[in-house]
Every structure is written in C-alpha cells, then in structure tokens.
Design a protein around this ligand. Structure first.
Ligand SMILES: C[S@@+](CC[C@H](N)C(=O)[O-])C[C@H]1O[C@@H](n2cnc3c(N)ncnc32)[C@H](O)[C@@H]1O
Length: 267
C-alpha cells in the first residue's frame, strides 16, 4: 500500500491539530529531563512526527526514520547538528520490525500506522518494545468513527464499507483497521505498560474543501472496492461533492493517540 507525499502534506496540519494534548504532554514529560534522546519513528512517511515533536524537546535528538517508501524518506527533514541528527532507513517493518528497534533507543514513535497492521504484528510490536523497555508514542490511529454533516441517507453504508475495507491486508496481514487503537491500548497494558490515551479526531470545517474532497473520494473508492454498488456510491459521492463545493459540509474522523510507558523502575 502506498501513500503519496501530496496526501501526507495535505493531512499534516490536520494531524497536528488533532494530536491529543494529554498524550503529547506525557511524551514531553518523559523527554523533559533527558540531555539527549534517540528516537525511532516507524513508518515515518516524510517525517511529520519529527516536525511535530522536535521544536518542543530541549534535548539533543537523534532520529532514526524508518519507512519502506524511498520517495517519502527522501523528503524527510535534514540533520541540523548538533541539536538534530536525522538518519533515514529503508525497511519493511512487516519483515524487519526487530531491526528497527535494535540498538540504543529512548523512545519509539509512530503515526497513522497501527490501523494498517494485523493483530499478530501489534502483539509482536508490544512484546518487542517491552523486551527493550522502551516507551511508545503511537498517534493518529483511525478508530472507526466518521461523522458527516449534513447527513446523507447513504453515509452509514459507506462508512461501514470503509471500515470493512480497513480490515483488509495492507501489507501486515489482515489489518486491525478501526479496532487497532483500542487493541493497542490493551496490548501495551498486557505487557505491563501504563498507557495514556485520548481522542485525536480530524475536524474538517466547511472551508477545508481540499482535504474533505480527497477524504470523501478515497472513501468512495474503498466502498466500491469492497463491493458497494458503484452506481449508489457515485450518487453519494456527487451529493457530498456538491455540499463540499457549496461550503456546507463538515467531517469529523475519529482517531486515538497513546503514550505507553514501561513499568515504573524500568525507565
Ligand atoms: C498513513 S502513512 C503515515 C506516514 C507518517 N507517519 C505520517 O503520519 O505522516 C503510513 C506510512 O506507512 C508506511 N508503510 C506502510 N507499510 C510499510 C511497511 N511494510 N514497512 C515500512 N513502512 C510502511 C508508508 O510508506 C507510509 O509512509
């Protein structure tokens, strides 16, 4: 599954606004007393988590950015020594997760990844993090909630179809999709972590036309791919596009953020 740099750029400001403040505060509190930090960002895309966290962390930072898409890695921020060192690493996280977690590491971050992974991979992630006693900040996992206004009679069917599509294989086995966020909280608690979590919803107002257009068009493709009637979906898409064009549409998309910390005394 590939993600375009244009799409990641379009969503970044909405992601930034959506990130849960309590979860961010817990991340910053963890980072506060460290003179230097090594951070592994899994499925980094073009580095949005680095751009978000870096200005708020006083410590010298060494970021290891992992992704399997070379064209996204090529757009990652550059090092700005001595405060910021950036290393990009092409990797298939399905195959080589452990390699990304090996070595000296203070914290693992990821955003918009967990809804793509399988239950098996998620368990592997939690166990491998726990073995290394490393905290995990996982942001922006889609949680299955999608609210559109004004309501269209077909919204519910399309959102249900999108959620079924979310559970198909995205390269890590059958994806957890909308169940990922809550499953991740449970998995980390099971390996003894304390977890701070909270909603991190995208909120698209009537003037956020481009991201609404892209999101709704993506949902229509997913609904068609998973078997909804092409004719019905086309009708829904054209009604929703008209509302967006007219500046009458708002969309809220549910996400969950979490910060999971190893048991007291271990970190
Ligand atoms: C929704 S994007 C999120 C990117 C970035 N974290 C952000 O928030 O902007 C998902 C990312 O996962 C990466 N990805 C998907 N499957 C992967 C795999 N098997 N190994 C490594 N990266 C993968 C994609 O290339 C993409 O950058």
């Amino acid at each position: 599954m590939s993600f375009s740099a244009e799409w990641l750029k379009l969503r970044e400001p909405f992601d930034r606004r959506a990130r849960n403040r309590d979860v961010l505060d817990a991340v910053f509190a963890f980072c506060a007393d460290k003179p230097s930090l090594t951070i592994a960002d899994l499925a980094c895309g073009t580095g949005s988590t680095l751009r978000m966290l870096n200005p708020h962390i006083k410590a010298r930072q060494h970021w290891r950015l992992f992704d399997n898409d070379l064209s996204l890695l090529a757009r990652a921020p550059e090092s700005d020594p001595p405060r910021l060192q950036v290393q990009t690493v092409p990797i298939d996280l399905n195959r080589d997760l452990e390699m990304a977690l090996d070595g000296l590491l203070d914290i693992v971050t990821t955003s918009a990844l967990l809804d793509l992974v399988s239950d098996e991979w998620l368990e592997r992630f939690a166990v491998e993090a726990a073995v290394r006693n490393v905290p995990v900040y996982a942001a922006l996992s889609y949680d299955g909630r999608a609210m559109l206004s004004p309501i269209d009679p077909m919204d519910e069917a399309v959102v249900a179809a999108v959620n079924r599509h979310q559970r198909t294989n995205k390269g890590f086995g059958p994806a957890l999709g909308p169940d990922a966020a809550r499953a991740a909280v449970a998995r980390f608690k099971r390996v003894g972590y304390s977890v701070v979590s909270g909603e991190a919803d995208w909120v698209f107002g009537p003037n956020d036309k481009e991201i609404q257009f892209e999101t709704i068009t993506g949902w229509a493709s997913a609904a068609r791919e998973i078997g909804e009637s092409a004719l019905d979906v086309a009708g829904w898409l054209s009604r929703r596009h008209e509302l967006i064009e007219a500046g009458r549409s708002t969309v809220r998309v549910g996400h969950l953020d979490l910060f999971a910390k190893p048991p007291l005394g271990m970190r």
